[in-house]
Design a protein around this ligand. Structure first.
Ligand code: TNX
Length: 478
């Protein structure tokens, strides 16, 4: 809800930020806002505890009595005298800062140091909170490897659009991308290439910690995925005794799917799965572990079900909730397990187990789909997906038998078969990722395409300042 009233708030040389003194977390959120304002203005922007402020201040405050705002909601009140941001939890303050950022002129993203510029925020009153708890993006770092810095660049985009999950697809046939101490040959032998050849790569435990820390500072959860029992060739190169694949394990740089598999009838397979889930769970603070489970073409249905049910037990044993692509609904799921819809042929079965769903309908939110036949990057097996396709759909009515209550959230995956670096990823992600972010955040009744298309083009100048690549969709009024 937005109410606009009165004359704007002006940020000037003496503007200060005042924060709840008791909370180090709120102080560091205040520092993030200060840093954002210092860069383009050259103003000092001190961050101080509440109590000493005069008129002309920006105030960030936690208010435990605002429980209705949930974990990420916030209230923002801007008058000519002050900016007041209130949230129930720190994450809400962080999301609210993104709104302040978007209310300031696009030059706020510049480094120009303009002191006499009109740095004004319109007077208004906003009460805002997300529709869905889980609002994600997925990056496939297996088909092509992305450096820590590239992952951080993508996290910056997620933060700007109030997304709260980055799902990392850490392994596939082409590359194993995460250090596992008890199974050193995973990275020593399985990380050495990627689609089309080239050196590949992997994240050391320190790299993974760096990604986690960068994400945490932006209130973004990392969900790690180890895809199994198929999409597993890279792991089998070092551990061929676990292979039940027609093709012998060897470095693979192509893009076929479904042909590799763990031998699900061997006990050693479960020792391996236990090692990987134990170590990666210990490294990951978030509550979720994604086990993939998609596109298995070489096992019987009985073998597949038995494997998924055993893996579910292992994931739960290490204190995590399991997520798997929708094929896992063929197994008996715990109510805490989450099914990740992508093609809608088996997702609804999750509801019968009391499981919730993450929706990633490929014809809407697969960001690796081409925009049009003229798009050089990407694939088109699901559809051509223009910006409007990503925006104009309602998760609650997308699938028969799935209602709002069954939906944990929405995620936009980007598979990287054709994408060699983060610039290519950005070209396919923007403006579709902001469109999906609005689907996931804003209630259906107050969303509309005409409004989105005129608002999103004003971000062009911000993307330019931030060095973010994007697609100039002809559907938008640039
Ligand atoms: C299907 S979506 C896959 C991926 C591919 C993607 C390409 C899913 C669960 N599996 O292995 O990368 O299509 O669009």
């Amino acid at each position: 809800m937005v109410l606009a009233v009165g004359s704007p708030f002006q940020i000037v040389r003496t503007t200060g930020i005042y924060v709840d003194g008791g909370s180090a977390e709120v102080t560091s959120i205040g520092e993030m806002l200060a840093a954002l304002i210092r860069r383009p203005t050259g103003f000092p922007v001190a961050v101080s505890p509440i109590g000493t402020q005069s008129a002309g201040s920006i105030i960030l405050r936690l208010a435990p009595d605002r429980a209705a705002l949930g974990d990420e909601g916030y209230e923002l009140k801007v008058t000519s005298d002050s900016v007041s941001l209130v949230a129930n939890r720190p994450a809400g303050l962080f999301r609210g800062i993104q709104t302040i950022r978007q209310l300031l002129p696009p030059d706020i993203e510049s480094e120009m140091g303009l002191e006499r510029y009109d740095w004004s925020i319109p007077a208004l009153s906003i009460a805002d909170k997300p529709r869905f708890a889980y609002r994600g993006a997925m990056l496939d770092v297996s088909r092509h490897f992305f450096t820590v810095r590239e992952v951080e660049q993508y996290l910056d985009v997620l933060a700007l659009y109030k997304l709260n999950v980055l799902h990392l697809h850490l392994s596939d046939d082409q590359g194993w991308r995460i250090q596992i101490d008890s199974r050193p040959k995973l990275t020593a032998m399985g990380s050495l290439t990627q689609v089309g050849g080239g050196p590949g790569g992997f994240y050391t435990k320190q790299d993974y910690q760096d990604i986690l820390r960068y994400a945490q500072a932006r209130y973004i959860l990392i969900v790690p995925e180890i895809d199994m029992p198929s999409h597993i060739n890279a792991a089998l190169i070092g551990y061929p005794e676990l292979a039940c694949s027609a093709r012998p394990p060897a470095l693979y740089t192509g893009t076929d799917v479904g042909w590799s598999s763990l031998c699900v009838d061997k006990e050693e397979t479960y020792d391996f799965v236990d090692d990987v889930i134990r170590e990666l769970s210990a490294m990951t603070p978030g509550p979720y572990f994604h086990i993939g489970g998609d596109e298995v073409k070489t096992l019987t249905p009985e073998q597949y079900v038995k494997f998924i049910e055993r893996v579910q037990t292992i994931v739960n044993k290490y204190g995590k909730k399991m997520i798997g692509w929708e094929e896992i609904t063929k197994a008996h799921l715990n109510p805490t397990t989450i099914a990740h819809q992508w093609k809608s042929d088996s997702a609804t079965a999750a509801v019968a187990y009391g499981s919730k769903l993450i929706l990633s309908p490929a014809p809407k939110v697969y960001l690796d789909m081409k925009y049009t036949p003229a798009t050089e990057l990407g694939q088109h097996w699901a559809a051509y997906v223009e910006v409007r396709d990503s925006y104009d759909w309602d998760p609650a009515t997308y699938m028969k038998g799935v209602t709002e209550r069954d939906i944990f959230g929405v995620e936009a995956p980007i598979w990287s078969e054709t994408l060699r670096n983060i610039t290519a990823v950005e070209y396919l992600a923007i403006p579709r990722l902001p469109a999906v972010a609005e689907v996931a955040w804003t209630p259906q009744a107050v969303r509309n395409w005409e409004s989105f298309r005129t608002r999103i083009v004003t971000h062009q100048q911000r993307w330019n300042y931030l060095g973010i690549n994007f697609y100039r969709s002809p559907q938008l009024p640039w």
